[in-house]
Write a protein that binds this ligand. Sequence first.
Ligand SMILES: [Zn+2]
Length: 282
Amino acid sequence: MLRLISTLTLALFLGTLTTAQNRATFTVGSATAARGQRATGTIEVPAGSDAALSIPVAVFHGAKLGPVLAIVAGSHGTEYTSIIALEKLIGTLNPAEISGTVIIVPLINIQSFEQKVPHLNPVDKKSMNRWYPGKMDGTQTDRASYLITKQVVEQCDHLIDLHGGDTDESLRPYSYWTKTGSEKQDQISREMVLAFGLDHIIISADRPKDPQASRYLENTATTRGKPSITAEAGHAGTVETDNLNALINGCLHVMRYLKMISGSPSMVEHPVCIEKVVSLPK
Ligand SMILES: [Zn+2]
């Protein structure tokens, strides 16, 4: 019964989402994919008070209609597991087998990756997951955040933001589930997080509610009414097979839950849910 109700909720919810689903072609940045095709390109962030930035993007415009799922990693460019997971996913997905559209942005923070700088964009010393929805008259992180909001978040129905434990972070795999207060939206994002498959889930009820001050990428999607999640696996600059597979398979399971590819996800049955997170003083 529970499964029937949740399937119905998903169907009703997806039924209300017409965003971009009927397009003959789908464009993100310089990547335009015809139906049943894959395209790669870049989101070009123009120079402003500091340097320009080219953010790579891949678009899989499925052969059949369905929701638009954005999967993003590398806002922290030394969280290698999440970046490599999306590189592998780009090589794995077949648009002929997809119902709907998948937007993959594997690495936002290019200079962090190239210079091996954890946490921040070395160009402007900002975390690239704290300045959403961004603005065009700010520094590189602001401009990149604005264009990702416009081209990725606003064009998708669901978003997964992947992280991978930074070079100075030792952590176990876990997901974030954001409670927005919208029952229908929260049920779908909850089922996305259970389908993703990580058995520790941090419940965030204190994220900003104002879409104009959303700060985080996932929060930029949730405050715009799109059921979305964040997942994290990896630690301390390592790329271990188990963590890599957890992120790749997690994305594929969410696609199965959203009926974008065949098969059914095995939902986590007894997750450890963490409702209170405390930062200890150093
Ligand atoms: Zn991160």
